[in-house]
Unconditional design. Structure first.
Length: 324
């Protein structure tokens, strides 16, 4: 057989092999490509199904606080844990569901930052949260809501519930506190009142009612009027003459927000606005600043003013007890 004939036969065999292999390769590529698309489709459906399942779960969840501890003081743990119950709308308990407990974790002046801890319900839908001992005083809340993906966070927070988180100052009745609150008349001048200090007296009484019985009246009206903590500190140091019993100065100003008036029913309306602060005697540092406003009505002009001053003092005292 000639060389040309042999080469012709080899070429025919090669052509046949290629003709067989190429469709197989094409089919193989098509099969692989189709499988990848199918996997992606299954994954998308699975993700969508999971998202819908989570959405349905978040829409059908009720969280109830069944028990919460009373108030504590700064540095002291709560006497008992917070307890919650989680159920569906038909009352069926939600078991093994993750719940976020969001609680006051730090404080900088009036700004409170919150920390988070995840708790999980048992077979009966119950869970408890034992927070760390609070290191600052505050009157706030602890919140409970279901854990969720970021995209459904707003839906999760729709079922949020709360409980009181009250932490008092660790100051006690043994701590001496000087109180100087300046009152102003309706024209904006300092109210002299023949030596009377109605808001100072009201503040001292309010602090006594809240357990700070070491509080007593003082008078630094010029320094308080100037809102000058350095001068207030110097005035207080001269007054106590090194007596270490005294720890703080509570100072403030109470002014008319508007002139007294009578409404259509003949009630006197008194609106006051004021600010207060707490200064540490050992360092001169201002530990707390707050502002409040009140409006009171009474048939008696005297009683309207007295009630407004007492309410302002109560609000200031509460800020001090839960902020110092």
């Amino acid at each position: 057989m000639s060389k040309i004939s042999k080469m012709s036969k080899k070429f025919k065999r090669l052509f046949v092999v290629c003709a067989v292999l190429l469709p197989l390769a094409f089919f193989s590529c098509q099969s692989t490509s189709g499988k990848g698309a199918q996997d992606e489709s299954v994954g998308a459906k699975s993700s969508s199904s999971s998202s819908e399942s989570e959405r349905s779960r978040l829409k059908d969840i009720n969280i109830t606080v069944t028990s919460s501890p009373g108030e504590t003081s700064k540095g002291k743990p709560f006497s008992a844990p917070y307890k919650i119950h989680v159920a569906k709308s038909d009352g069926t308990p939600y078991s093994e569901i993750a719940i976020v407990a969001e609680y006051p974790a730090s404080r900088d002046g009036d700004s409170v930052s919150f920390g988070k801890e995840t708790i999980v319900t048992d077979k009966d839908g119950n869970a408890s949260f034992s927070p760390p001992a609070p290191q600052f005083s505050v009157k706030s809340y602890v919140f409970f809501y279901p854990e969720s993906s970021a995209s459904l966070k707003s839906l999760a927070e729709a079922s949020k519930t709360q409980a009181a988180w009250n932490v008092r100052t660790n100051a006690t009745s043994r701590f001496g506190i000087l109180v100087s609150i300046v009152d102003y008349n309706q024209t904006g001048g300092i109210y002299s009142g023949g030596g009377a200090q109605p808001s100072t007296q009201a503040m001292t009484v309010a602090l006594w009612k809240m357990g700070l019985t070491g509080s007593q009246n003082a008078d630094f009206h010029n320094s308080v009027d100037a809102n000058d903590p350095v001068r207030i500190h110097a005035d207080a140091q001269r007054l106590i003459r090194g007596n270490s019993t005294f720890r703080y100065v509570v100072y403030g100003r109470v002014k008319y927000a508007e002139k007294m008036s009578q409404d259509a029913q003949g009630n006197w309306v008194v609106s006051l606005a004021g600010d207060a602060g707490v200064l540490e005697l050992a360092t001169g540092k201002v530990l707390l600043k707050t502002s409040k406003s009140v409006s009171v009505k009474n048939k008696s002009q005297y009683n309207a003013l007295k009630s407004a001053q007492e309410e302002m003092a109560r609000l200031f005292a509460e800020e001090i007890v839960y902020g110092l």
